[in-house]
Write a protein that binds this ligand. Structure first.
Ligand code: NAD
Length: 361
């Protein structure tokens, strides 16, 4: 059956890196006979410019009809000062909410070839393979009331609300337990239950649910300790489950363990298995249109798309092998470059992955 993929290049480096993933898609369609229908749409600053809003209705409608979405990244200085509700990041939050993408899966895997690209010692990070499961449609990023108000004394006060219901906690914890079951069977739930009531409930619900997953060893950790442990001894972790805000921060931290933010993919899943796939980095306006951005996080996001939404693990593995191959061959974009390696641009890296893929049967 033909599967529909919606491609949203976005802003900044988005179009350049997505173009590399599209080369991989074109190869799979033309050379391997994979049945895919590709559509394109606007999200973020480019949508503000073209349609006046960061998430046009047409994009959301196309997204709802798709089996999966591949996104580049959104945002940039051009749109930082426009009305808050029109900012590109609002489009991202709105599409996540509109599609019910509540589970964000962020693997932090160190490719052996990049052990020296990490700022941590190679022995601390080699073999690293963590899955961070971040709640994506709740918590303080969505809680109401929110805003900036004026107090009686004339000064302004910013406020947000951290709120989680039992069902929201249970459904994300379930995704994490199931992921742990398929991996090494260890789950660390990260909260701040000593200070925040919302996360005290988080801890209770996760503990209760653990009775349904007797094979998974559950541990709880405060977020401040988790940040410290991720740098001290990251290999102690298998799966981490946490809230929207803590997950946002910890997954960026984990990304640096692997050498570059340009290497890490992510999947945001809905309960029906459809999902949106994107690199974890932003639109990197500082390097846009220079042919230096690393497209591998986007290509690896495509691999996750095949694994989770198209249920085609074979192609997912082949894409990962192709990425491994180009790294073994010594090809490096600027962010992961090292002495003795071959420096390549965004385009060349995309071509090299397709070439490597064509040699895998
Ligand atoms: P960023 O991730 O865009 O960039 C951080 C640093 O990492 C920069 O030095 C950048 O050059 C580098 N970098 C990022 N991706 C890279 C890649 N593929 N290859 C090589 N280097 C790479 O974060 P930022 O600078 O804080 O944000 C820039 C814009 O992106 C902002 O508008 C922000 O709101 C937006 N943003 C969007 C998303 C998203 O679309 N999901 C996520 C985070 C930030």
């Amino acid at each position: 059956m033909t599967k529909k993929i919606l491609i949203l290049p976005g802003d900044g480096i988005g179009p350049e890196i997505v173009a590399q993933a599209e080369k991989v898609l074109a190869f799979l369609i033309e050379e391997r006979g994979v049945k895919l229908e590709l559509e394109h749409g606007l999200l973020g600053g480019c949508a503000v410019d073209a349609a006046g809003v960061p998430l046009p209705e047409e994009t959301l409608a196309k997204a709802k009809e798709s089996d999966a979405i591949l996104l580049g990244s959104v945002g940039g200085p051009k749109w930082e000062t426009i009305e808050r509700s029109l900012r590109p990041e609002r489009g991202l939050l709105a599409i996540r909410a509109g599609l019910g993408l509540f589970a964000n899966l962020r693997p932090a895997v160190l490719f052996p070839e990049l052990a020296s690209a990490s700022t941590l010692r190679a022995d601390v990070v080699s073999g690293l393979d963590i899955m961070i499961v971040r709640e994506l449609t709740g918590g303080i990023y969505f809680g109401e009331p929110r805003g900036i108000r004026e107090l009686d004394d004339g000064q302004r006060q910013g406020f947000n609300t951290l709120v989680y219901s039992e069902s929201e906690i249970e459904r994300i914890a379930r995704v994490a337990f199931e992921s742990a079951e398929k991996r090494q069977g260890r789950l660390c739930s990260v909260d701040k239950a000593n200070v925040l009531e919302a996360t005290e409930l988080w801890r209770e619900v996760v503990t209760e649910l653990s009775k349904e997953y007797p094979k998974v060893e559950l541990q709880h950790m405060y977020v401040d300790n988790a940040a410290m442990q991720l740098v001290r001894d990251p290999k102690q972790f298998d799966v981490i489950v946490t809230s929207n805000l803590f997950g946002d921060i910890l997954s960026d931290l984990a990304s640096m363990l692997t050498g570059s933010i340009g290497m890490l993919p992510s999947a945001s899943l809905a309960s029906d298995g459809s999902g949106m796939y994107e690199p974890i980095h932003g639109s990197a306006p500082d390097i846009a249109n220079q042919n230096v951005a690393n497209p591998l996080a986007t290509i690896l996001s495509l691999s996750m798309l095949f694994r989770y939404s198209l249920e085609n693990a074979e192609i997912a593995v082949q894409i990962e092998q192709a990425v491994s191959q180009v790294l073994s061959d010594g090809l490096r974009t600027k962010d992961i470059d090292a002495e003795g390696m071959t420096s390549v641009g965004t385009d060349e890296m995309g071509d090299a992955v397709v070439k490597a893929l064509s040699s895998i049967n």
